[in-house]
Design a protein around this ligand. Structure first.
Ligand code: NAP
Length: 177
């Protein structure tokens, strides 16, 4: 399965291109639990915002810069290449999911290429020092995406760090072409 995973604030903000806008350790642990042992695909900006590859995952980084390299990552130059490399890595690792882990550009570009969305809603309005650079989650078209009730929260989870949080999982209504 191909799935995207992100956390957004009450306005749909996922970042400001630089610093983390919130600290919600329980959601961070949820992200870690979901993605550990799997390939993760991210854009070059998200990788640089992280500052390092995430351990125990195959880190696949998208860039159009053919000279780009960094230790501990696999660099790819197109979405098709990203999924091909990720799916080969998943097979090798025995992982059942390839994760798209950001950021805004890559989530938007891959909406037609993934089967599942795992979204954390944070009950917080992110305070962004660089408000001009806000990065938003993609809009989820409910005509195309159905909520998976068995895997989604009906209510807020306990407050963690800066906010209470809630997970909703959406599956594509029609298989992707
Ligand atoms: N809240 C969350 O869950 C979450 C998760 C992840 C990231 N984020 C945040 O999202 C922000 C970054 O998002 P962003 O939209 O600015 O950038 P991004 O999507 O992380 O990366 C964009 C870059 O990826 C490369 N790229 C994208 N599509 C490509 C394609 N089809 N082929 C080749 N290369 C491609 C390009 O790199 P080059 O310019 O090098 O060519 C592009 O500039 C950060 O603030 C980060 O913290 C938040």
């Amino acid at each position: 399965m191909r799935a995207s995973i992100w956390a957004q604030d009450i306005h749909g903000v996922i970042g400001d291109g630089a610093a983390m806008l919130w600290r919600v350790p329980a959601d961070f642990a949820f992200f870690k639990e979901q993605t550990t042992g799997c390939p993760i695909i991210m854009g070059r900006s998200s990788f640089e915002a992280l500052g390092r590859p995430l351990p125990n995952r195959a880190n696949i980084v998208l860039t159009r810069d053919v000279r780009y390299s960094s230790p501990g990552i696999v660099v790819v130059h197109s979405l098709d290449e990203a999924f091909a490399v990720a799916e080969a890595a998943a097979e090798e690792m025995g992982a059942s999911t390839v994760w798209v882990t950001g950021g805004g550009h890559v989530y938007a570009e891959t909406m037609d290429m993934v089967d599942r969305l795992v979204v954390t809603y944070l009950d917080i309005a992110a305070s962004a020092p660089a408000a001009d650079n806000l990065v938003f989650a993609p809009v989820i078209d409910r005509q195309k995406w159905a909520i998976v009730t068995s895997e989604s929260d009906e209510d807020w989870r306990e407050h963690s760090g800066d906010a209470r949080w809630m997970v909703r999982v959406y599956d594509r209504r029609e298989p992707r072409s």
